[in-house]
Design a protein around this ligand. Structure first.
Ligand SMILES: Nc1nc2c(c(=O)[nH]1)N[C@H]1C(S)=C(S)[C@@H](COP(=O)(O)O)O[C@H]1N2
Ligand SMILES: [Mo]
Length: 415
């Protein structure tokens, strides 16, 4: 038996022959592409919430300059958020093994002594702390959010949002320093193993004999990523939801028939009583330039009804296929209270007394779209209580959170 140093601070403690610039470079380049896509789709998801429209939409009111890029989220194509957020969440989950393998490959450096050799070295280590810590933090908060089992104190949104900026800043600095060398390494690997320089600060000084080839290790990491992908991607397709074994947050079984698609929050969960939604009790209150009108469901159903095939796409990454919604156009409701032609923003409130998503604000371009409905029916049947009876908002391309269920009031011009 060889005597292995007992402390991780001595280089000889780390024995895996897999560690080295080759292994780290390949994983790093995969993350370079993957994390850039994650950051971009994450920023898009934030913009899609209309955070600069109304206080109720914005979970990070102190964002300041970080909101510099916000824009009016479009309503075309109608599956836009389904795509961007499906990519964000599915890719994030798929990259977990790559992230862990990358961290594993450089972990000896964490213990290198002396901890700080100079001011520059100290700053570099601080940036690596933000990089590794930030990476673990955004991946962990992301995963916890899609499980709906939220363990962290505070809201998911500020943690994930600010964490992402810290992480990505450190990521960019790190990439600027390391990408050229990583590319060089990978190029030489393709030309033949012998071409990679012998100087390898990441390799173990006294490696154990290999038990698996580097190729085998890549296969292991890639296989893990593929397995996560295969057990996650189905969350975005009604027919494949059963394959999404890693999505414990499946909601109640929606059964088959017109309402047979994903239910995130049930009426019971939201505290909606049938006494509030019955024909005698429920009235939709619509307010605008000319005052307030109140409409029963029967009166709404006698207005011009239109159909739109739209998905529900949640920030958690799951989405439904297109469902056939039928209801009153939001812009027609705006016209009833004095906003003809050019409808303004609208503030939507539900019957729900509590919960962060009981209300939402929609932008004028969303109200104006002819496919934006106050839906009364879905797939040919009246909405079920869990799908938002008596009435629910559906807006093309928007995140699910803007598709308020159990709607009670619409206030045009006051988002
Ligand atoms: N009143 C109300 N509407 C709501 C919510 C809510 O909590 N309360 N959740 C929103 C969110 S986050 C999503 S993703 C969709 C989910 O729709 P579903 O529960 O029908 O699947 O409803 C939205 N509408
Ligand atoms: Mo959602």
């Amino acid at each position: 038996m060889r005597d292995t140093p007992r402390l991780p601070t001595s280089p000889g403690f780390w024995r895996s022959p897999l560690r080295g610039i080759r292994f780290t470079s390949v994983l790093g380049l995969v993350l370079l592409v993957g994390i850039t896509v994650l950051f971009a789709t994450g920023l898009l998801s934030y913009a899609a919430y209309n955070p600069n429209l109304a206080a109720v939409n914005d979970k990070t009111p102190d964002k300041g300059l970080l909101g510099f890029y916000l824009f009016s989220w479009p309503t075309h194509p109608h599956w836009l958020y389904r795509l961007t957020q499906g990519v964000h969440v599915t890719l994030g989950i798929t990259l977990i093994p790559v992230l862990l393998a990358k961290l594993w490959s450089v972990v000896p450096r964490l213990f290198a002594l002396p901890p700080i050799r100079s001011l520059t070295h100290g700053l570099e280590r601080l940036s690596l702390l933000l990089l590794a810590g930030g990476g673990l933090f955004v991946f962990t908060t992301g995963v916890l959010n899609i499980q709906l089992d939220y363990l962290f104190p505070g809201s998911f949104y500020p943690l994930h949002f600010y964490g992402a900026w810290v992480f990505f800043a450190a990521f960019l600095a790190h990439a600027a320093l390391k990408v050229p060398a990583a590319l060089r390494t990978v190029r030489r690997m393709r030309e033949g193993e012998g071409q990679v320089a012998q100087e390898d600060a990441l390799a173990a000084p006294r490696p154990d004999p290999p038990t698996v080839s580097r190729r085998g290790a890549f296969g292991f990491v890639g296989g893990g990523a593929l397995l996560l992908f295969a057990t996650t991607a189905g969350r975005s397709f009604d027919g494949l939801r059963g394959t999404a074994l890693l999505a414990p947050h499946g909601g109640p079984d929606p059964g088959s028939g017109p309402g047979g698609f994903q239910i995130n929050k049930t009426a019971a969960y939201a505290g909606i009583q049938s006494a509030q939604t019955g024909a005698d009790a429920w009235r939709l209150s619509v307010t605008g330039r000319t005052g307030t009108i109140r409409l029963s469901r029967a009166q709404l159903a006698r207005l011009a009804l239109h159909e739109a095939a739209l998905p529900i796409a949640c920030v958690e990454g799951w989405s439904t296929s297109d469902q056939r919604w039928r209801g009153v156009r939001l812009r027609d409701l705006a016209a009833l209270v004095g906003h003809e032609g050019d409808p303004p923003d609208v503030f939507v409130e539900s019957l729900q007394a509590h919960g962060a998503f009981r209300h939402a604000a929609l932008r004028a371009n969303q109200v104006a779209d002819p496919r934006s409905l106050l839906a009364l029916y879905v797939n040919g049947a009246p909405l079920s209580p869990d799908h938002g009876f008596p009435a629910r908002i559906v807006v093309p391309a928007a995140p699910g959170v803007l598709n308020t269920k159990w709607v009670a009031t619409l206030t045009f011009g006051r988002p």
